[in-house]
Design a protein around this ligand. Structure first.
Ligand code: AMP
Ligand code: MG
Length: 487
């Protein structure tokens, strides 16, 4: 790896220096023929990086990890994790590297990370690589999530490596440059705890407080305060997923962040028809990570975090357990509050509607949506038009208005606010059939459909006649949708 002084980019190595036990200095494999497939110019600018420079050979060297600023120490991060409920003591970045932390022009510190950058000591049997389709999927879906206002890791861009990668077939390789508040995971705490070194666990918690919850630093029970904050952030995050019909697909504790950002877009997908039992991931045969299970799984993941943090919560074990239980139990009301607030907004309910009325309207509606196999996104979007008096609008969303007549008779007299509904019920989500279509074309070398899809999903609340085919429900003859991990 060559290093060069590049005043335009400076990377801190705080994780690497503060937590060396969790960081293996490592370098990216060289990409034989790197070529940028998509560059997030708006994000680059926000980070204080010049998009024009990123497109130069020097910029591409940074995006592929071939050359990093002189001050950087790229590392593979160690973590453990519960995968589908079973504990793996040693996972870690098998095909990823933390290049370092960037300070943006407003002083926000963010990780710059590569995924698909080659084998590391955590690679186990894996090849350390990633392919064009899944990396573009992460780019599209994470940028869509961001546009929907949902905390998420971001994608700075995807670079084709020019290397062929063996999966079920031979596929073109790619890597993703990812930006995140941090890459600290519940699994990072599990790993630190399992070392038995409480000093390390404390340093990790202090690092997390400093990066994500500095307000906890002043509190007497700072580690309990950190735990409570993470629980609150995860509760709000998962409520937001549920409100837009997002299915993460692999909510393992190593894919659950301390920052409250959505991370790791592997087998993720958005609901077409509303059904809580929806599962897309090919390996989730028991439906552990089904749409409707996500809040319960997130709470379970918070219990694993609390367990890992026990030695920090109190010196007496019984008291530590009490603190942990109390913190984790707060998930349920926090989730409920975020969900109810979000649902009120989706239904445009004015403030005077009581919580009990709002909840019963919501429950009744969800029963109808499931019973009539209605497209989640299109239906909620059509409600804005219904509120304006066009009760037939649901028909265009593929739902028979007759089935909703009684519900409309309860809801419409409450005078829902159509304009505010249109600001929270998206027209555009990354529809599964459109994502597949765009990724298939990209693998064949045509990036136009990816660009078009990005145009739709990065401005999700605005209907545009030119993007009409990006707005409707999936074609009725589309078979079951299946997604895959670790590709
Ligand atoms: P994921 O399912 O993507 O969250 O990954 C779970 C674990 O498998 C992490 O430790 C990854 O680093 C590792 N992993 C996934 N794919 C690969 C690969 N192709 N090569 C090496 N490690 C991998
Ligand atoms: Mg992961």
């Amino acid at each position: 790896m060559s290093t060069s002084t590049r005043p335009a980019v400076s990377l801190e190595a705080r994780f690497a220096t503060e937590l060396p036990e969790l960081a293996i200095p490592w370098q990216a494999e060289t990409s034989p023929e790197p070529r940028i497939l998509v560059l997030n110019e708006a994000l680059a600018t926000e980070l204080g990086l010049d998009p024009g420079w990123l497109r130069t050979p020097e910029g591409v060297d940074l995006l592929t990890g071939r050359s990093v600023p002189a001050d950087a120490t790229p590392v593979a991060q160690a973590y453990a994790g519960h995968q589908f409920g079973a504990y793996s003591p040693r996972l870690g970045d098998g095909r990823a590297l933390l290049l370092g932390e960037l300070l943006d022009p407003v002083g926000r510190r963010r990780d710059l990370h590569l995924k698909g950058s080659g084998r590391t000591p955590f690679a186990r049997g894996g090849d350390g690589l990633a392919t064009v389709g899944p990396m573009l999927r992460e780019h599209v879906v994470s940028e869509a999530m961001h546009a929907l206002g949902i905390p998420t890791t971001r994608s700075l861009g995807v670079v084709a490596t020019g290397r062929w990668v063996q999966r079920r077939t031979t596929l073109p390789g790619a890597l993703l440059a990812r930006v995140a508040g941090s890459h600290l995971r519940v699994g990072t705490f599990q790993f630190a705890r399992a070392t038995g070194d409480v000093g390390l666990l404390r340093r990790l918690a202090d690092h997390a407080i400093d990066r994500h919850h500095p307000e906890a630093a002043g509190s007497e029970d700072r580690y309990a305060a950190l735990l409570r904050s993470v629980v609150a952030d995860q509760a709000s995050l998962v409520a937001r997923w549920m409100l837009v019909g997002f299915v993460h697909g692999v909510m393992n504790t190593d894919n659950t962040t301390i920052s409250g950002e959505t991370i790791d877009y592997g087998p993720c997908a958005f609901l077409d028809r509303y059904d809580p039992a929806t599962v897309y991931s090919s390996i989730d045969t028991e439906g552990r990570y089904a749409y409707g299970n996500q809040p319960a799984v997130a709470r379970w993941n918070m219990a694993r975090l609390a367990e890992a943090m026990l030695p920090l919560l109190h010196e007496e074990e019984d008291r530590a357990v009490e603190i942990a239980v109390e913190a984790v139990e707060a998930f349920v009301p926090a989730y409920g509050a975020s969900w109810s607030t979000g649902m009120r907004a989706k239904l445009g309910l004015p403030a005077q509607v009581t919580a009990a009325d709002a909840d019963s309207l919501t429950e009744e509606l969800l029963v109808l949506l499931q019973e009539h196999r209605v497209d989640h996104t299109s239906f909620f979007r059509s409600l804005g038009a219904v509120a304006r008096g066009d009760t037939d609008a649901t028909r265009r969303a593929g739902a028979d208005p007759a089935a909703f007549e009684a519900w409309f008779r309860r809801w419409l007299p409450l005078q829902p606010d159509a304009a505010s509904m249109d600001r929270v019920n998206p027209v555009h989500i990354p529809r599964n059939h459109l994502v597949e279509e765009a990724l298939d074309a990209a693998v064949e070398g045509d990036l136009t459909p990816v660009d078009r899809l990005l145009e739709a999903v990065t401005d999700p609340y605005v209907e545009r006649p030119s993007l009409e085919r990006y707005a409707g429900p999936a074609p009725a003859d589309l078979g079951p949708y299946v997604t895959f991990c670790g590709t």
